[in-house]
Design a protein around this ligand. Structure first.
Ligand code: PAF
Length: 287
């Protein structure tokens, strides 16, 4: 496994791959603190490309002023071991100063899709994500890139950017990986105390209950039954729980039929958690 700490080092490794028998480069962008969720992205990437590139970069541009950029976990040595064990070919670990040199001005605007829900709670977040992902696509030059479906709105924004900017990168979504009790894996789970961890499980429990319902209205009611109980806990503060169109993230009406995504976000203790599930609402048999 090769490790590139600078863009020049990476460019040298990448240009050696060009030519008539060029391998298909499959890319997994990460912010490190790699867990089983990331490992599943790498595993999926290996089925889509011949050469696996992972980047590890905690992107300051996607954190708000009061968010956890400073305390975001950065266990680089462990991450490199995970990458080596999982058969990654190249890891890019760029510096903030190289990715964001003084004088930079231009950023990507995620539009309306990036300003609702996560984008509403975290203003500028998706502009920061899209800006770094576009830069990394240009640097890495992958044919395919894999993103986790846990960050469903992020995935939708990236898919939108690829269409709107005519990018020649195939985007692949990887299913959410969960703990045995249902909690979605996240690098932020390490911040949860034991009691917060138990309450955090309400998010996936609410989604599980919603997914067994036949209509948007009953799915919402079933989820809120669980979330209302969680809100009785002082450490739990619901941000949103809503059922949206998978491409636009606009709320679907009560009589919606077809695919929709139930997205939830909450603060548990000091930790912000998100989760989602895709539900296929079928027409009522008597309708
Ligand atoms: O999902 C993440 O880890 C980040 O948002 C990403 C895509 C690596 C961009 O910084």
């Amino acid at each position: 496994m090769k490790i590139a700490h600078s863009l020049a080092e990476y460019a040298a490794l990448r240009s050696a791959l060009d030519g008539p028998t060029a391998p298909r480069v499959a890319y997994v962008p990460t912010m490190g603190a790699l867990h089983e969720g990331h490992r599943s992205l790498i595993k999926l990437a290996k089925t889509r490309g011949d050469m696996i590139v992972v980047s590890i970069f905690v992107n300051p541009l996607q954190f708000g002023p009061n968010e956890d950029y400073a305390r975001y976990p950065r266990p680089l040595e462990d991450d490199l071991q995970v990458c080596a064990a999982d058969g990654v070919d190249i890891v890019l670990v760029p510096s903030v100063t190289e990715l964001y040199p003084a004088g930079r001005q231009v950023t990507v605007d995620a539009g309306a899709l990036g300003s609702v829900l996560e984008g509403h709670s975290r203003p500028g977040h998706f502009n920061g994500v899209l800006t770094v992902v576009l830069k990394l696509f240009n640097i890495i030059r992958p044919q395919v890139a894999v993103f986790g479906e846990k960050d469903a709105q992020q995935l939708a924004c990236i898919q939108r950017m690829v269409i709107d900017f005519n990018l020649a990168v195939e985007i692949v979504g990887a299913p959410i990986v969960r703990e045995p009790d249902g909690l979605a894996l996240s690098s932020r789970n390490v911040f949860l105390s034991a009691s917060e961890r138990a309450v955090a499980r309400s998010l996936s429990a609410a989604l599980e209950k919603a997914a067994t319902q036949g209509s948007v209205r009953s799915a919402r009611a079933a989820a809120y039954e669980v979330l209302d109980r969680a809100e009785a806990e002082p450490c739990f503060e619901l941000d949103y729980a809503t059922i949206v169109n998978p491409a636009t993230f606009a709320e679907v009406p009560d009589d919606h039929v077809g695919l929709a995504v139930f997205v939830v976000a909450a603060r548990v203790g000091g930790t912000r958690l998100i989760d989602n599930t895709t539900i296929n609402f079928t027409p009522a048999p008597w309708g």
